[in-house]
Write a protein that binds this ligand. Structure first.
Ligand code: GTP
Ligand code: MG
Length: 560
């Protein structure tokens, strides 16, 4: 904050350094110091000078500062609230620190070598947090801290800082690219058309650290090179995906202990490592290792036990609120819901469920207006919270989560509308519930569209549908409802027959007024319970494959 305050001294120094008439280009308007210098560290102005506040420069700088402040404020207000479910992240362990060439001080000539080793670079770990539900807070780069350099008197460099990436449960991570320094250098040198000897010279420059005062002899250099080759440090080949499969993690459960994604590079060697029978005073040390860079795709597949699937405006958010009490936005237009939201249903032993409510669910805008009016009159009553299980005498039988999703359109499977972002999140639900608008003349048409899109996105996905909720049936004639239900049953049976699956049950509901909700909740609770039992029985392999930790000093190339 302090750094961005448009302090007078900073403004003046900008105008001064550019000269009063030179127009400031957009990128050059704010020099780095202006953004990073804190009030306390700001140096006094070198000389007094004058700024004309009417000049364009001044407006430019003030304008830029205002724009930046606004951008920062917007970002803060969002609180990372933008929903992101796909991200490419570049990850690299920290570079190892360099070793040092130094000697013990003695009265007569050079003492024994005393250069410390460089510290290893920091690792990159991954962990989950129950408090985040989007990848919006994940940084696009995760690089471990660099190890400290060694120093004389056998002082070794410190370890680089570890970096931990926090993701929501449900994130799938896939390594899609891997490139080591050796391969990068090789490609660059090929492009430059360098001869073998020139390449070798460059490798020596890259790997060896010289003593600041004493020249290393050609023999010293040859011997140091041999030591590094022997230790596997000279050429650090990065294994290809054929040699070593890409890392894939399916984080379906919370991670309690952070998992290693990329290890930091080993520290360079101090000159004590280069002592040989012929060289008692090696004047060389080696640099630390730079680990390969890896690109990962992070994909969030929200983990809700039940996914609500419906065309826009069918009443999915209202149904979620009715079942879970979660304040999902409800409005009478398509695409009110822009990203999946999750609520929890708790069914108690006596058959009741925690979010049951007597009042109709109004549109969110109307509710806000009514709340504001009541506040003005001093009559505002917050909605009673759903009673906790322990507040009731009976205990909880089952608890499951439901995701309300954006409306599905025809061709969503081709990423039309909010397409994939929503389909991704229902992909792993144990059960699905179709929500159809009962006011449409033939809701069975909607059912066919939904089924087609689910199957086009992932064959077999539609088989998880357990119920069809015919919503908005309040205020409709019984015969009309019966006709629509019959139409839906027939369509569901045809579809199920073609797919070789069991048809979902058709339930008549009014999410707004809470009618028919008991049956919806219990049907879903039974479906989730049965699916969980199946999973328990088939639990064979762990959801997360732990990456083995190795000593960083040993085999740098074999990370996984
Ligand atoms: N009368 C009546 N209206 C309902 C019912 N359920 C939902 N609505 C109304 O239908 C409109 C859409 O409801 P939403 O819950 O926002 O629908 P949605 O499927 O989440 O819509 P999107 O998020 O835009 O896809 C709102 O005006 C609701 O008040 C119902 O059972 N009866
Ligand atoms: Mg909605």
């Amino acid at each position: 904050m302090v750094a961005l305050a448009p302090c007078r001294a900073c403004l003046r120094s900008v105008a001064f350094s550019r000269g009063p008439s030179a127009p400031l280009s957009r990128s050059a308007r704010l020099p780095a110091q202006l953004l990073t210098r804190s009030a306390s560290s700001a140096k006094p102005d070198p000389a007094p000078y004058h700024i004309n506040e009417d000049e364009d420069d001044f407006d430019d700088v003030v304008g830029e500062i205002k724009r930046r402040r606004k951008r920062m404020a917007d970002k803060r207000n969002r609180q990372g609230g933008d929903f992101v479910d796909f991200l490419k992240v570049h990850i690299r362990g920290g570079k190892g620190g360099a070793g040092t060439a130094a000697f013990m001080p003695t009265k007569r000539g050079l003492g024994p070598p005393s250069g410390g080793n460089g510290g290893p670079g920091g690792n990159v770990y991954i962990k989950t947090s129950p408090d985040i539900h989007s990848l919006s807070t994940v940084s696009k780069r995760g690089v471990g801290g660099q190890g400290g350099n060694g120093a004389g008197n056998l002082r070794h460099g410190g370890r680089g800082d570890d970096v931990t990436i926090t993701v929501p449960v449900g994130t799938v991570i896939r390594e899609v690219h891997r490139e080591g320094e050796a391969e990068k250098t090789w490609a660059d040198e090929n492009a430059m058309g360098l001869e073998m000897e020139e390449r070798r010279e460059r490798a020596r420059e890259r790997w060896l650290v010289k003593h600041p005062n004493f020249e290393a002899s050609p023999r010293d250099i040859r011997e140091a090179e041999a030591v590094l080759r022997e230790g596997g440090r000279w050429t650090q080949r990065t294994p290809s995906f054929e040699d070593e499969p890409a890392l894939e993690l399916d984080i379906a459960e919370p991670i309690t202990k952070p998992l290693l994604l990329a290890r930091g590079g080993g520290g360079g060697l101090g000159n004590t490592h280069f002592v040989s029978p012929t060289t008692r005073h090696p004047r060389l040390a080696s640099r630390g290792i730079i680990p390969p860079s890896r690109t990962f795709e992070f994909e969030l597949k929200l983990l809700a036990d039940v996914g609500l699937v419906g065309l826009p405006n069918a009443g999915k958010s209202t149904l979620l609120r009715s079942m879970t009490g979660r304040r999902a936005e409800v409005a009478d237009y398509a695409f009110t819901t822009l990203h999946p939201q999750i609520g929890v249903v708790r069914v108690l032993n006596d058959g009741t469920w925690a979010a049951e409510q007597d009042t109709p669910i109004e549109e969110t805008e109307l509710e806000r207006m009514l709340d504001a009016e009541a506040r003005m009159k001093g009559e505002y009553q917050p909605l009673p919270r759903a009673p906790r299980a322990r507040d009731r005498r009976s205990q909880e039988r089952i608890r499951f989560t439901v995701s309300d999703n954006p409306g599905l359109l025809a061709r969503a499977s081709e990423n039309v509308g909010l397409g994939h972002s929503f389909l991704r999140s229902i992909e792993r639900s144990l059960a699905l519930a179709y929500v159809l608008d009962g006011r449409h003349a033939d809701p069975a048409d909607g059912l066919r569209v939904l089924h087609k899109e689910l199957e086009a996105y992932k064959p077999g996905l539609a088989a998880r549908a357990r119920l069809i909720a015919l919503n908005k049936t309040d205020g409709q004639e019984d015969e009309a409802i019966a006709e629509k239900v019959e139409g839906l049953r027939r369509a569901a049976e045809e579809i199920a027959q073609a797919d070789g699956t069991a048809p979902p049950v058709v339930l008549v509901v009014s999410a707004k007024f809470g009618t028919g909700m008991d049956k919806v909740v219990h049907t879903l609770a039974d479906a989730v319970g049965a699916a969980r039992e199946k999973i328990e029985a088939a639990k064979a392999k762990p959801a997360v494959r732990q990456v083995e930790e190795e000593e960083p000093e040993e085999k740098e190339a074999d990370l996984f």
